[in-house]
Design a protein around this ligand. Structure first.
Ligand SMILES: NC(=O)c1ccc[n+]([C@@H]2O[C@H](COP(=O)([O-])OP(=O)(O)OC[C@H]3O[C@@H](n4cnc5c(N)ncnc54)[C@H](OP(=O)(O)O)[C@@H]3O)[C@@H](O)[C@H]2O)c1
Length: 403
């Protein structure tokens, strides 16, 4: 896999201040010979830099010092993405590759609220991309949650036709704010992303559309640095925090209702970024999964056992006592959603099998990475960050939580 493919490419990257977008930005700016990266940012340049100072403090200066990053103010949900006419013209004349990683991953938003950023914004983007004169590649980041209506079994890298006419369905939702399909999906977020996929792939474009569907994203193993990733964008961390604190719907109660052999599909954010960029360089079209088959497959049972083993003694009580609210979905709703949508899925990643033996910034070879040792450190770090927030670090870290 040749990183030199990116030489001369001018990228338009959305979501660059986010978890996955930040990792993609790091790779494009530092590891790959990309010519230029336009980043769409909300607010101000100062705010974008501050968000990278939070997420990757050791790397932000290096990224800016490459001179590759060009800031464009905008908002995906506005007409023309909120770009000024002159900035739009720059994109139309220069961009060769669009990487669309913006989204709102909140599972608590209603359909009318999530649709603009998780569906219609992407249709605005692709319509603008049709006017980019040098564009050869378009990558959209979706989610394996788009298939949450499927039963247990294998999930293939393809579109499953649940909604007969996605255009008509979108029109219905825009007119009424509702959809008869909402209940089929784990969250309105997933339905919005499902419709976006369908409409992006079914559109008539002069460039190929690639859709990468990550499963739950977990902390980076390496890039930009080990354990990179904000808890808010790492679903398993959010779930643990929300459920830990609820006595009625607690994490270890969930364990008793979710089948233990069910897969807990997670993949480190940098492996998602590598999968995205490798497939762009290969010229892949259509749907590609970035799921645990590309890292390690763990069952719910294995996940719970490890959490129980590595979480410090007393953390559950400390969280309950503080009564803090960490997540955007309250514990009872989250509990019932997981219970209802936990699937024994085998998410196929066959289109990326060859990448598992490739080293470097576009490869998925794990070299000397030890997933179990990494997971142990991850839980310990998560516990420490929760306890730091609670200001109760007087708990012993060498005694482990026991049920
Ligand atoms: N996290 C996961 O486990 C997961 C799993 C599967 C798929 N995905 C997908 O991966 C992609 C990236 O998610 P993430 O985990 O990196 O989420 P994230 O950390 O919340 O990042 C979201 C990004 O989207 C930007 N954004 C949101 N609304 C916008 C708007 N109206 N205009 C312009 N930019 C906007 C945010 O900008 P601000 O900084 O201005 O808010 C931020 O840069 C999304 O498409 C998501 O659906 C995520």
């Amino acid at each position: 896999m040749d990183g030199n493919w990116f030489k001369d490419h001018v990228v338009f990257l959305t979501g660059a201040t986010g978890n996955l977008g930040g990792c993609l930005l790091y790779k494009l700016a530092i590891q790959l010979p990309t010519a230029k990266i336009f980043v769409l940012i909300r607010g101000s340049v100062q705010q974008a830099i501050e968000s990278w100072e939070q997420s990757m403090p050791e790397h932000v200066d290096k990224i800016i010092a490459t001179g590759k990053v060009q800031f464009l103010l905008g908002d995906m949900t506005q007409p023309n993405l909120g770009l000024t006419p002159s900035n739009l013209l720059r994109l139309q004349n220069e961009v060769t590759l669009v990487i669309n990683s913006a989204g709102d991953i909140s599972l608590s938003r209603g359909l009318a609220e999530t649709l603009p950023i998780n569906c219609t914004a992407h249709l605005t983007l692709v319509a603008l991309a049709d006017t980019f004169t040098r564009l050869t590649h378009f990558l959209h980041v979706s989610t394996t949650f788009v298939s949450s209506f499927l039963p247990d079994g294998t999930v293939k890298e393809k579109i499953y036709t649940l909604v007969e006419d996605p255009k008509e369905e979108l029109a219905t939702i825009l007119a009424t704010g509702q959809s008869s399909y909402t209940k089929e999906f784990a969250a309105p977020y997933a339905l919005a992303k499902y419709l976006a996929e369908r409409l992006l792939l079914e559109g008539d474009h002069s460039f190929p559309v690639l859709i990468v569907r990550p499963c739950f994203i977990s902390p980076a193993i390496e890039e930009p640095y080990p354990f990179y990733g904000s808890d808010g964008a790492i679903p398993v961390h959010s779930f643990i925090q929300v459920l830990f604190e609820d006595s009625e719907y607690g994490l270890f109660k969930l364990e008793q209702v979710v089948p233990r052999h069910v897969a807990c599909n997670e993949i480190p954010v940098d492996l998602v970024a590598r999968t995205c960029l490798a497939h762009v360089a290969k010229g892949t079209k259509g749907v590609v999964h970035a799921s645990s088959d590309l890292y390690v497959n763990r069952t719910v049972d294995e996940l719970f056992n490890r959490i129980r083993l590595y979480a410090p003694k007393g953390i559950v009580e400390a969280i309950k006592k503080a009564g803090i609210d960490h997540g955007d979905v309250p514990a009872p709703e989250l509990y019932s959603m997981i219970n209802q949508f936990a699937r024994d899925w085998r998410i196929e990643c066959t289109r990326s099998t060859d990448l598992k033996s490739v080293k470097g910034p576009l490869g998925l070879l794990l070299c000397d990475h030890d997933p179990d040792a990494f997971f142990k450190q991850r839980i310990e770090r998560l516990a420490k960050s929760i306890l730091d927030k609670l200001g109760t670090l007087n708990l012993s870290n060498n005694k482990f939580y026991q049920t």
